[in-house]
Write a protein that binds this ligand. Structure first.
Ligand SMILES: [Zn+2]
Ligand SMILES: [Zn+2]
Length: 277
């Protein structure tokens, strides 16, 4: 008997995509990726095909809606690799991938990117870390040592197995790393806008969160040249032409950082604010 995965009906995007994520049971690859509904439960696929033949996949619903805008589309996703990236984190990427594939199926001009937020700070000494990591709390995780000693930095230690899992699942976004984007100046114009419009942003934050924003709050966190942290600095001035930001740090250091540059590490966005648009 022919199974759905051997010859998937074109009317069932659910089956096509499900099998895509689950891997091909006949490929002989790793056991983890060799699970599909038809492989485990012969007959289940046919039932799903019959019951879902007239149902539109949610990714197609989103794609149809997006296609009403007649332009190039960018599907973007991202996770901060601050620790072991667990299966729950996959929902973010799998959702984006499903929409991207639905757009491509419909002939749309679309790109799919994943931004690793590796310039976010280390928030605390997580239980899986030695106490010696206390000195790194507040530094961007791209600048913190890798726990095993074999990776380029802390962020890469957790990013590598995650990206490998994506590849095995057939999810292939273009990968960007935030630290490289900051250095390359990809965020500079957005940083300028955020610095200039600090008061408007603070007002929106207060309206949305219902909390008072501190008078010395700033959407940009300079990285201290002395202690390397981005969570302990305050912006004191900025120069739009020179593209620099002055700061004072809780460690006692004052200084100036560029908004971008290969040699220096700039700063980062506060909290949920990002320079992506
Ligand atoms: Zn490592
Ligand atoms: Zn400092």
């Amino acid at each position: 008997m022919e199974t759905a995965s051997d010859s998937p009906p074109s009317s069932s995007r659910f089956i096509n995509r499900y099998d895509n994520y689950a891997g091909n049971p006949t490929s002989g690859q790793t056991k983890e990726t060799s699970i599909s509904c038809s492989y485990l439960l012969p007959g289940l696929s046919e039932i799903l095909v019959r019951t879902m033949a007239d149902t539109i996949h949610w990714a197609d619903v989103i794609a149809e809606d997006v296609l009403k805008k007649n332009c190039k589309h960018l599907v973007a996703t991202g996770i901060t690799p601050s620790g072991h990236i667990h299966i729950g984190n996959m929902r973010e990427v799998v959702t984006a991938d499903a929409v991207y594939k639905a757009l491509i199926d419909k002939g749309a001009d679309a790109d799919f990117i994943y931004i690793a937020d590796n310039y976010d700070p280390l928030r605390k000494v997580y239980p899986f870390l030695p106490e010696s990591y206390a000195e790194h709390v507040g530094k961007p995780i791209s600048e913190v040592p890798c726990p095993c000693g074999d990776c380029a930095n802390y962020a890469e230690h957790f990013l590598k197995p995650f990206l490998e899992a994506l590849r095995r699942l057939g999810i292939n976004p273009k990968i960007y790393r935030a630290d490289e984007m900051y250095r390359a100046g990809r965020y500079t114009e957005a940083i300028k806008t955020a610095l200039v419009k600090r008061d408007s942003i603070a007002k929106i934050l207060e309206e949305v969160s219902g909390k008072t924003v501190a008078s010395d709050w700033n959407p940009f966190n300079p990285r201290c040249n002395e202690c390397g942290k981005i969570t302990t600095t305050k912006v004191t001035a900025f120069n739009l032409e020179a593209e620099t930001v002055d700061y004072v740090c809780a460690c006692g250091h004052t200084g100036t950082v560029p908004m971008a540059g290969e040699e220096s590490l700039p700063g980062a966005w506060t909290g949920l604010l990002g320079g992506r648009s």
